[in-house]
Write a protein that binds this ligand. Sequence first.
Ligand SMILES: Cc1ncc(COP(=O)(O)O)c(C=O)c1O
Length: 429
Amino acid sequence: MKTLSELSKDELLELKKNLEKEYNDEKSKGISLDMSRGKPSAEQLSLSNDMLDIITKESNLNTETGMDIRNYGSLDGINEAKRLMAGILEVDTENIIVCGNASLNVMYDTIARAMIFGVLDSTPWCKLDKVKFLCPVPGYDRHFAICEQFGIEMINIPTNEEGPDMDMIEEYVNNDESVKGVWCVPKFANPSGIVYSDEVVKRFANLKPAAKDFRIFWDNAYCIHDLYYDNKEVKLLNIIDECQKAGNEDIVYEFCSTSKMTFAGAGISAIAASKKNLDSIRKYMSVQTIGFDKANQLRHVRFLKDVENTKNHMKKHAEILRPKFDAVLSVLDSELGGLGIGTWTRPLGGYFISFNALEGCAKDIVAKCKEAGMVLTGAGATYPYKNDPKDSNIRIAPSYPDAEEMKQAAKLFALCVKLVSVDKILSAK
Ligand SMILES: Cc1ncc(COP(=O)(O)O)c(C=O)c1O
């Protein structure tokens, strides 16, 4: 089989004619598909509907320590919710604060506190001439949006299958005092799906930052979101343990939530960190709030119970998600395999497939899909400042449409990739 670049100009022109006809046929079908955001489907959300009946007026409305969930109190989470979230993140309960409905807000607040008040006893970041964050790419657009809003300069760090380029991270962190943070999605990363290797986690834990207020922002959003539980659960080395072993326990903040376990944006979230970090966070939080929604915390604990039961619940999510990922991957393999016009990831968990098109093609592919009725995440969104220097990466989110729609969507996507790539190759002939 020839790759598209190996075809002659005439062969490419012929192919282009056929693809255009196919595209116009697809367009006339009036398709309307949305693959833009990693949202759980209604079927997944329904897995947790029983949670809505778990607390009624007949229920025991006291926590295990006898606290009335209807009243004020409990700044950092009820005991049983701390135990649940600590179990999920494999940390001690004393290293956990349970927060509100979702984790993005916790990450935003963590940066906002550092900007306004500083980290522990350091100078507030807003008083510094420059604050920089390292951003492994491709990455999560909302992390980058937070930095952009606070005027934090972002530096792209390339990523491979093992994780971010650690030589580059060490070089920056260990020598540049204006580097105050790094964003990490260490397991089933958004969008690449990669899982950081043990060596990468250890190198993070052993960083020797030039800035004493440098922090790793370890967003473990997909910590138990395996797609193939039946084979073997994918293991990520525990960053909190590794930092403790390295004598570096204050260097990390870890985040997670139940958004993709129960209800998206209506779950419970947590931050895990050293006691010193958490004490400082509690001090500022105590002015910001009297506490988060204890009814929701109790509802979650009574429904999810413990980490083992939560993993069983996640297997049901995996059953629903897996056919959708498989549908996309089988279409990409059959339609684009061997053509030399793109590469894509085969994640073992999480919510995304990451596609890398020929350089300079991503924006045009996304636009072509849109013209035919399919919305994808904007090209460039996976990079700081929405600027993918190679205009190559596209994030595919297969969770929301059903498997049949997903197949149709993947076919249309592959068709657009071929069309745009043929034009690109032709323009260079
Ligand atoms: C890496 C990552 N972190 C955080 C979130 C958002 O989580 P939450 O709903 O807890 O704010 C997402 C959602 O897509 C995500 O992909």
